[in-house]
Design a protein around this ligand. Structure first.
Ligand SMILES: *Cc1c(COP(=O)(O)O)cnc(C)c1O
Length: 303
């Protein structure tokens, strides 16, 4: 049995079974916060820089204090090290959580106290910042190997929304994921494994947990983040590696018909890495000649 790990942003390694959230933490009552999910492989968290950059961008979008990237980087290294010491080579799922903190200041808040026995700094309305490492779900290995059946589903808004309504936080990885989880249950009810959202104009957006990549020969295509999707760290690392390895990369809008006609379509994310779409809206996608080339490119990209 994998032993989960809990580390505060200050680097304190805590007993993972001891609660660290207050009942009125804004993460719990409003989903008011942000997160990141990183893969721990061979004792090392992957693509740390891009994850920390996105954590900072997400914080900015939510008017949260800028996260201390150096502190986070140290906490990440500690989490990965302790995970490997406890669980050997097993892949780990590391989740960074950064919430706005408590809704109300504790009655005895002032003056702010020093670290208490849990190693946490207790202050009124201080942000809540910690990370956990746990086992990667069995599903990840399965979908990397077998691919996924996907349906498209309307997200219900235009590609313009991100620009005209910044409060929708479309480019931020926020803790408010209830609709994403609902979309995945909807897919499961239809016998599908995942969803690709479409805009009200019918453009391809993203999956609830991953970025869409089309492969045509040695050309990779992904939709632009400006249309209201999250900029994926895996996609960014992938395109950087692809440029080095002589693949072409393009960022432009796609329609579902472009996916159906594509040589192959992939969902990429930090944890599941490269997952091929084997069926889209009930249509069987043809198997590309060398799917392993793309998977290997993603593996190289994450270092
Ligand atoms: C996390 C996430 C992704 C994938 O991002 P990675 O950084 O590659 O893991 C894509 N879309 C959404 C909505 C996400 O939450």
């Amino acid at each position: 049995m994998a032993q989960p790990i809990l580390v505060t942003v200050d680097g304190a390694v805590l007993d993972p079974d001891v609660p660290i959230l207050h009942a009125d933490d804004l993460a719990a009552v409003r989903g008011d916060g942000i997160f990141e999910t990183l893969l721990v492989r061979d004792g090392r968290a992957r693509v740390v820089d891009l994850h920390l950059q996105r954590l900072s961008r997400s914080a900015k979008a939510l008017d949260l204090p800028a996260p201390d990237e150096e502190k986070w980087a140290d906490a990440i290294a500690t989490g990965a090290r302790v995970w490997a010491e406890t669980n050997g080579n097993a892949e780990g799922l590391m989740r960074l959580v950064y919430s706005r903190g408590r809704e109300s200041a504790p009655v005895d808040a002032a003056p702010p106290r020093d670290r208490d026995e849990t190693g946490l700094t207790r202050e009124a309305n201080a942000a809540t910042e910690y990370l956990t490492v746990g086992p990667v779900a069995e599903r990840a290995a399965k979908v990397r190997e077998n691919g996924v059946k996907v349906i498209t589903a309307p997200r219900g808004y235009s590609v313009d929304l991100a620009a005209v309504a910044p409060w929708q936080l479309l480019g931020a990885k926020t803790l408010s994921y209830a609709t994403n989880m609902a979309a995945l249950r909807y897919a499961a009810e239809q016998g599908a494994d995942d969803v690709i959202y479409t805009s009200s104009e019918g453009y391809v957006l993203e999956s609830p947990r991953s970025t869409v990549i089309v492969v045509e020969g040695k050309r990779l295509i992904t939709p632009p983040p400006e249309i209201g999707i999250l900029s994926g760290t895996t996609q960014q690392a992938l395109f950087a590696q692809a440029d080095k390895d002589g693949w072409e990369t393009e960022v432009h809008a796609l329609r579902p018909a472009d996916l159906i006609c594509a040589e192959s379509v992939w969902l990429v994310s930090s944890i599941t890495l490269a997952t091929r779409v084997i069926e889209l809206n009930g249509y069987s996608m043809t198997t590309p000649a060398r799917p392993q080339d793309f998977s290997a490119l993603v593996d190289r990209a994450i270092g």
